[in-house]
Design a protein around this ligand. Structure first.
Ligand code: TEU
Ligand code: CA
Length: 556
């Protein structure tokens, strides 16, 4: 297996809008990131990934780009960006930007031109189709965010495709001018010295041009079979490498929407020269049924173990994964997989022990290092996320669910949960801003904030630091081979990892009661590398783990 800086490195994802506001307009900004670089360095993270910072009307908070080579004025200026890049590099960290290449904004000049007439040279930058015989959309495709994926353009009498909101028209990658536009935007940033890209919904760029109707199956299956993995996606990715990425010391992290363990190798096997790594959706969606808001399931540890295993087997030796338990698209990881109440601190630390000992590049999302939790939004007026708003409005029309239930689902799984402002201190608005933030801050900022935790040596924050520092000293955390114990036990997750001479044993109690396990007999010498409790009860080759206790032991 090839070792490389981005494999052992830890990625920290920043959602700039919610990170830190320095000019007090209620919106995070680039200077806010610069201000916190020493903090980020103190976490022992290596790579900063910024969610989109480009010009955008913010229908989807920057994932609708109107100019790929300009900074969103709310976030600052190009000078601010240059300084951010310089200061990041000065501290020995890398900076990765978010490339949204599947679609742009309807306010991008390309689309404004394209709309002018069927003969406009930009018309073919997008996917236009004639109406169906009944005048309706060309096929039954649904947008990720509800409603038809087609929007009618009255003046030309044609529909355009938008897999996300109607303000996010899909770009036509068949057109090689489109590809060149994207490549030249990539070069613009790489020439400045950025270290790579996280690639938004990259498996969607190649369309099935015959536009088949989607079968009557769950939405996730439709994504896999109809929207993603199109006939030319691998040609495009190879071309992108050859024309752009290969010329730089840059890496690519793909959002693996629609990629499964069977076809993942086509994207990430090293010898194919397409993508360096991807994060898949199986873990991220393991409490969600088809499109997140509709139905609920509960967290099931055995299911999570088998997902980890399935993917480990799938990429073994040949490819590489990024490993995330949360990001800006999902509710907070502690609220989903841990206990954000009674065992808040213990479960936050334990979940991180699990995450940091899985193979793959560790990917942390802002705020998780202090155990930020889901928020309760009291009414629809407080909701900001377009996906949640569309769900709510569609439901108003169809009256499928009660208003109360719709809001309950939004609070449970909605994306705003992860987007509330970072809680820096117990000052007004959590020290994020002196102005009312664009999205409500979680009222628990008095208790959960960076300042408190920085001073408390037993805090979640300082545990993250200890763990990340330790992880840097051992390759086994990142590259080790797995041996699972008690796989079918729904309460504990126990595994040994081996890499050369290095061996660790990880034991995690996911239950709220004491749990004994007995795997010490064969272990001659034990050194406790990490423990989220002060004590460890060991007797006669048996350990008793407290609720949400986790231990990482170095063994012989
Ligand atoms: O997300 C793609 C994606 O699949 C999400 O829409 C996901 O399904 C959903 O948020 C959770 O179920 C990417 C970005 O990460 C997201 O923020 C954007 O809204 C989306 O693409 C469009 O660019
Ligand atoms: Ca600001």
């Amino acid at each position: 297996m090839e070792l490389s800086w981005f494999k052992k490195g830890t990625i920290y994802q920043i959602y700039p809008r919610s990170f830190n506001d320095t000019n007090n307009d209620g919106i995070g900004d680039l200077r806010g990131i610069i201000e916190k670089l020493d903090y980020l360095k103190s976490l022992y993270v290596d790579i900063l990934w910024l969610s989109p910072i480009f010009s955008s009307p913010n229908d989807d908070n920057g994932y609708d780009i109107s100019d790929y080579c300009a900074i969103m004025p709310e976030f600052g200026t190009m000078e601010d960006f240059d300084e951010l890049l310089r200061e990041t590099h000065k501290r020995g960290m890398k900076l990765v930007l978010d490339l949204v290449a599947n679609h742009c904004s309807d306010e991008h000049v390309w689309f404004e031109e394209a709309k002018k007439s069927k003969k406009n040279p930009y018309r073919d930058y997008f996917h236009w189709r004639k109406p169906a015989p009944d005048g309706g959309p060309p096929n039954n495709w649904k947008s990720f965010f509800g409603g038809s994926a087609w929007e009618y353009d009255k003046p030309s009498g044609e529909y355009y495709l938008h897999l996300f909101t109607k303000k996010q028209p899909d770009l036509n990658w068949e057109n090689q001018k489109v590809r060149q536009e994207i490549y030249s935007a990539m070069r613009f940033w790489l020439d400045k010295g950025v270290d790579g890209f996280r690639m938004d919904v990259i498996p969607l760029i190649s369309k099935r041009e015959e536009y088949p109707d989607a079968p009557n199956v769950g939405f996730r299956q439709i994504i896999e079979d109809v929207y993603a993995n199109g006939p030319k996606v691998h040609d495009y990715l190879k071309e992108m490498n050859k024309e752009v990425i290969d010329h730089y010391d840059a890496f690519s992290l793909a959002e693996g929407v629609g990629i499964n363990d069977k076809n993942a190798g086509l994207y990430i096997n090293h010898d194919r020269k397409e993508l360096d790594m991807l994060y898949h959706f199986d873990i991220l969606e393991c409490t969600i049924v088809n499109g997140k808001f509709e139905e609920a399931t509960i967290f099931d540890l055995t299911n999570m173990k088998s997902i980890f295993k399935k993917w480990r087997d799938a990429v073994h030796e040949k490819g590489w994964l990024a490993n995330a338990l949360g990001n800006h698209d999902f509710a907070r990881m502690i609220s989903r997989f841990g206990d954000d109440d009674k065992y808040w601190s213990e479960s936050a630390k334990m979940l991180f022990m699990m995450q940091a000992t899985q193979n793959g590049t560790l990917n942390i999302y802002q705020g998780d290092e202090i155990g930020m939790t889901n928020i309760v939004l009291d009414s629809i007026e407080e909701v900001r996320d377009v996906q949640s708003l569309n769900f709510y409005n569609e439901n108003l029309q169809s009256q499928k669910y009660s208003i109360g239930y719709a809001l309950e689902r939004i609070n449970k799984e909605g994306r705003d949960n992860a987007r509330t402002p970072v809680q820096w201190s117990d000052e007004i608005n959590g020290g994020f801003s002196t102005h009312k933030p664009w999205l409500k801050i979680n009222s628990n900022y008095n208790k959960i904030n960076v300042k408190n935790q920085d001073q408390d040596k037993n805090s979640i924050l300082n545990f993250y630091r200890r763990l990340l520092k330790t992880r840097k000293q051992y390759d086994v955390f990142v590259y080790g081979d797995f041996e699972e114990l008690e796989f079918d036990n729904p309460n504990v997750y126990i595994y040994k990892k081996t890499y050369g001479d290095e061996k660790i044993l990880v034991a995690l109690n996911f239950s709220t009661h004491d749990t004994a396990f007995a795997h010490f007999n064969a272990i001659s010498e034990i050194e406790v590398l990490l423990n989220n409790y002060q004590e460890l009860l060991l007797n006669d080759g048996e350990a008793i783990l407290k609720p949400y206790q986790g231990i990482i032991l170095k063994i012989d």
